[in-house]
Design a protein around this ligand. Structure first.
Ligand code: CTP
Ligand code: CA
Length: 225
C-alpha cells in the first residue's frame, strides 16, 4: 500500500502498535469480544514500517495478513496484551494503542463447556487492566498515542482520556457516524494533543488516515521526547 518515501525522522524509531479486539474466555467455545477489525492499527503499523521505523505490532485476533516489515506478536486476551505491551514499552520510542481492549472479562472461566439449563444465567464480569493508563504512569521519553471510540460527547471524552492516561495525542472517532470507526475501510478522526491543539482528519481510507496520524505525531519528536 505504501510507497517508500524519504522520512528520515522515522528511520530506526521503535514504534509499538496495538491493534484489533481482545477475546475474553467464558468457556472452551465462547468468549466476549467486540467489533474491532484491526484495520486501523494494521494500517498504522504498515505506514510506520514504510517510513523506516522498527515496528512491533501486538495484535488481538483479526483476519488480516501481517503487514510487510513488521514484527507481529499475536495475543488473545486483554491480560496477554497488557503483558506484551508492558514488556516492549521500555524499548519503544512511540506507542500507538489502536486496539479495542475489552473493559471487562468473565470473573470465572469454565474449563468445560457450559451446559444449558432451563433457567436464565448470569455471568459475573470483572474489570481488565487499563493498559494505556498503566503505560502512561510509566512513561519516560515515550510518545504515547491513544484512540478513543466514542458514541457521544467526543471532544470532552477524548480530552479526558488524554489527561487520565497521560497521553501526548489521542485519535478520536465516532463509532456511530457513517464511514467512521469499527470494521469499515474508512475513518474520520479528530486528533487532540495534550497541549490543547486539535487537527481534523477528514473521512478517508484507513491507510490515508494512518499517514495523517503519523504526520501529526512527527512534530512531537522534537518536543523533548
Ligand atoms: N485501552 C487500554 N486498556 C483497556 C481499555 C482501553 O489500553 N483496558 C486503551 C485503548 O487501546 C485506547 C484507549 O485506551 O487507546 C481508549 O479506549 P476506549 O475504550 O475509548 O476508552 P476507555 O478508557 O476504555 O473508556 P470507555 O470505554 O469507558 O470510553
Ligand atoms: Ca473501553
Amino acid at each position: 500500500h505504501f510507497i517508500r518515501q524519504s522520512h528520515p525522522n522515522w528511520h530506526g524509531k521503535r514504534v509499538l502498535v496495538t491493534a484489533g479486539p481482545t477475546q475474553e474466555v467464558i468457556d472452551p467455545v465462547r468468549f466476549f469480544s467486540n467489533r474491532s477489525s484491526g484495520k486501523m492499527g494494521y494500517a498504522i503499523a504498515e505506514a510506520a514500517a514504510a517510513r523506516g521505523a522498527e515496528v512491533t505490532l501486538i495484535s488481538g485476533p483479526v483476519s488480516l495478513d501481517p503487514p510487510h516489515g513488521v514484527r507481529l506478536l499475536p495475543v488473545t486476551s486483554a491480560e496477554e496484551m497488557y503483558n506484551a505491551a508492558d514488556a516492549h514499552f521500555g524499548s519503544a520510542d512511540i506507542v500507538i494503542k489502536a486496539a479495542a481492549v475489552a473493559d471487562y472479562r468473565p470473573k470465572d472461566t469454565h474449563s468445560q463447556k457450559m451446559k444449558k439449563t432451563p433457567g436464565d444465567i448470569q455471568i459475573e464480569m470483572e474489570r481488565t487492566k487499563d493498559i494505556l493508563k498503566s503505560l502512561g504512569r510509566k512513561k519516560t521519553k515515550q510518545i504515547l498515542v491513544g484512540f478513543a471510540a466514542e458514541s457521544e460527547n467526543i471532544e470532552e471524552n477524548a480530552r479526558n482520556k488524554v489527561e487520565s492516561k497521560r497521553l501526548d495525542l489521542i485519535a478520536a472517532n465516532s463509532i456511530v457516524k457513517e464511514g467512521s470507526g469499527f470494521q469499515g475501510d474508512t475513518n474520520e478522526l479528530m486528533l487532540y494533543y495534550a497541549d490543547g491543539r486539535k487537527i481534523p482528519v477528514p473521512l478517508t481510507t484507513k491507510h490515508e488516515a494512518a499517514g495523517h496520524l503519523l504526520n501529526a505525531i512527527e512534530p512531537l519528536f522534537s518536543e523533548g521526547h
